[in-house]
Structure formats: C-alpha cells, structure tokens
Design a protein. Structure first.
Length: 261
C-alpha cells in the first residue's frame, strides 16, 4: 500500500483555490515545493501547482523545479458563466504568463439544456486559442459530475469533452455540494477506454473535489488501474486535484502526522 501512496504523491496537482489567496500565500506554497526534496528526498514532487489564473506569473517566478507544471483553473472557474471571449482571454493570458496546463469547466448552461454543440464549441475554441500560445499546453475539462443527475449525462459529457479536444477529463470543481465519486470515476474511465479504442488517442483522467485521505487515493488509483490499465498510471494521464491529500499521504508513509504543505 505504501508504494501506491508514494506513487500518488507524484500525481497530485497541489491546489490552492481560495478567496483569500494572495501572492505571498501562493509564493509560500511554491517554496514548499522547491524545498520538498531537502526534507523528503525519497518521495516524488507533485505533478503541478494549481492556482487561479492571476497567480500564474507568481508561480512561474518562484518555481525552481522545472518538472513541476503550472496549472490554472480558467474559463471563469467554477461557474463558467461568462461570454466565451472572456473565457478565452483569461486562459490565453494565463498561458502567456507561464501556465502549461489549463482546467476549464464544461459550459453546463448550454449542456444541461441540450445545446451540446455550443458546449463543445467552447472547448474547441479555448483549446485552439491556448495551443496557439503554447502548442504543448494540456487542456483539462471539468464535467462537474455532481451536477449531472444520471450516468447517461456523465457519459455524454465525457464524450463531448474528449471529442472537443480535452487532454484530460476531470470530475469536479470542488465548489458544489457533490464532488468526485467512485461511481462517476468509473463511468468516465469507461468512456476514456472506449474513446481510445475508437480513436487511438489517450485522454487523461483527473478526480478532484472532496478527495483528501490516503484511502481515497487508493480507491481512485485502483479504478484507473482496473479499467484503463497500468499504462494510465503516470502523471501524463492521471492526476488528482487535491490540497489536503499530500499531507495525509505523507502522514501515512511516515507513520506520524505530517503538515508539510
């Protein structure tokens, strides 16, 4: 079990998405990442640091670990209730300022009314715009599965996002009552598997929202391993969106309470 805990540490998008975030608080989080291997050389760094778009240049200026990516939540996260032009500008500005991963929210205002082409067009347009700034940027699409009331809606949202060019599909924003669930994760992973069989393109999976314990990590790790296989168990195709889980994993590994991050 400890080997899984250790592996998952390297799959985390270490996240701070608080109303009270400031440049100083984000810099402090980045310094923790920079100094991690001085304290815990035996464990992997997080895959990325995930912040609001205005903090992309703050992270870029402070980050000393080149393998750690800079992720922003864009597209007017978490509600996605703004004109497409605003969403595009926010995302492209963040990429120009250093972000190499962008997490956007599916336009539920269109999707839930059956205007799926409109919802897909937003993903396509944002993807095209950010890749024009940085061709290697990763676009993650948050489905907000807690707002999708049945499995068919989760399936439809998964396919729409992948067909729209998502590099990852992500469960949740963590900002509504129901966040990630194992049931939604299974549906999404089955869709990823079917999409890969149909197109030959591998799409990543990111559970996020309400995931905090080492036991939670193992549940989602095993879902991905069972459905998608060993080849998905790397940070290029599997991430966790988490703020508390890193410390809980370190606690489980060390056998004593750790509050590093």
């Amino acid at each position: 079990m400890k080997e899984i805990y250790k592996e998952v540490l390297g799959l985390i998008d270490l996240t701070s998405l608080n109303v009270t975030d400031t440049p100083k608080s984000i810099e402090a989080m980045v310094r923790k990442v920079n100094g991690f291997h001085k304290v815990y050389p035996q464990y992997p760094l997080p895959a990325s640091i995930c912040v609001y778009p205005n903090f992309a240049p703050v992270v870029k200026a402070a980050l000393e670990e080149p393998e750690v990516h800079i992720t922003v939540v864009g597209g007017c996260f978490p509600a996605s209730q703004s004109p497409l032009e605003v969403k595009v500008l926010e995302c492209t500005t963040a990429v120009a300022q250093g972000a190499n991963e962008v997490d956007i929210v599916l336009a539920l205002n269109a999707f839930l009314e059956g205007r799926c082409d409109e919802a897909k067009r937003e993903i396509v347009e944002i993807g095209k715009a950010v890749r024009a700034v940085n061709p290697s940027v990763h676009l993650k699409v948050i489905l907000e599965t807690g707002a999708l009331k049945d499995s068919k809606l989760i399936e439809d949202a998964s396919w729409l996002a992948m067909e729209g060019g998502a590099d990852f599909i992500k469960t949740s924003t963590g900002k509504i009552a129901v966040s990630a669930t194992p049931e939604a994760a299974r549906i999404m992973c089955e869709c990823i598997k079917a999409f890969y069989a149909k197109t030959g393109r591998k799409v990543g999976f990111k559970p996020a929202g309400g995931i905090s314990t080492a036991e939670d990590a193992v549940v989602y790790y095993n879902i991905v391993k069972e459905i998608l296989g060993q080849e998905w168990l790397n940070k290029g195709l599997f991430r966790f969106g988490a703020s508390r889980m890193a410390n809980n994993l370190l606690t489980a590994l060390e056998g004593t309470e750790v509050k590093y991050y």
